[in-house]
Design a protein around this ligand. Structure first.
Ligand SMILES: [Mg+2]
Length: 216
């Protein structure tokens, strides 16, 4: 199976719904080690994305992701808008004018997105950021596809890996953003960006499972 424009739309809509459902949780996580605005910021941005998907539907995967990325950057004041926006913009560049993307193309786009987030956020693995979910989750997706899983099944495996990676940020010391001011006191808390990134992969798994069910 491939990622279609419809599934890309569904992915973004599901992520928006999930961020809305988890706004308080994301805000509470950010309250513990940041400035308590991650839930409300990302919710505002994703509501704007959903609005845009409805009013300005795009006909390629690239344009869909580009529109969403730019909307996130322009509507979310905090770093999360820039970082999620960068992820989607870099994915948009690689998926370009395609209306379907193979598993290999999706993985390549995600890897390029991760590279963009790393560069933009100056974050490396272990810094207690969304990179700590993105990197192992993309690896899990890649490994599942390589071992013969369908894109939908691989995304479901990846979503589980994302939850484990999110939980593993609890033990890390924050080295980026406001949380880094806390030093060792950031230990014992899940990184809010790691938590929202896990939601992003759960949404991808949901959208692809739905698309696979429709295909079958
Ligand atoms: Mg914040």
């Amino acid at each position: 199976m491939t990622l279609t424009v419809a599934a890309t739309n569904d992915w973004l809509r599901r992520f928006a719904r999930s961020v809305d459902d988890n706004e308080q949780l994301l805000t509470d996580l950010d309250a513990a080690i940041g400035d308590a605005d991650h839930g409300s910021n990302l919710r505002r941005g994703m509501l704007a994305v959903v609005e845009q998907l409805a009013t300005e539907p795009a006909i390629t995967i690239g344009d869909t992701l580009r529109g969403a990325g730019m909307t996130l950057i322009s509507t979310v004041g905090g770093a999360s808008g820039v970082l999620f926006g960068t992820l989607l913009l870099r994915m948009a560049t690689l998926t370009g004018e395609r209306t379907t993307a193979t598993a290999t193309e999706v993985i390549a786009a995600l890897r390029d997105g991760l590279e963009g987030v790393r560069t933009r956020g100056h974050a490396e693995l272990g810094d207690k950021t969304m990179v700590d979910v993105l990197a192992p989750t993309i690896d899990a997706l890649d490994a599942a596809v390589t071992s013969g899983a369908s894109l939908a099944d691989a995304a479901s495996t990846a979503a589980i890996a994302a939850q484990a990676a999110r939980d593993a940020t609890t033990a890390l010391v924050a080295r980026k953003g406001r949380a880094s001011y806390l030093g060792d006191r950031s230990i014992g808390h899940v990184d809010p960006g790691a938590a929202s990134t896990a939601l992003l992969f759960a949404a991808l798994a949901g959208a692809l499972a739905e698309a696979a069910a429709v295909d079958a």
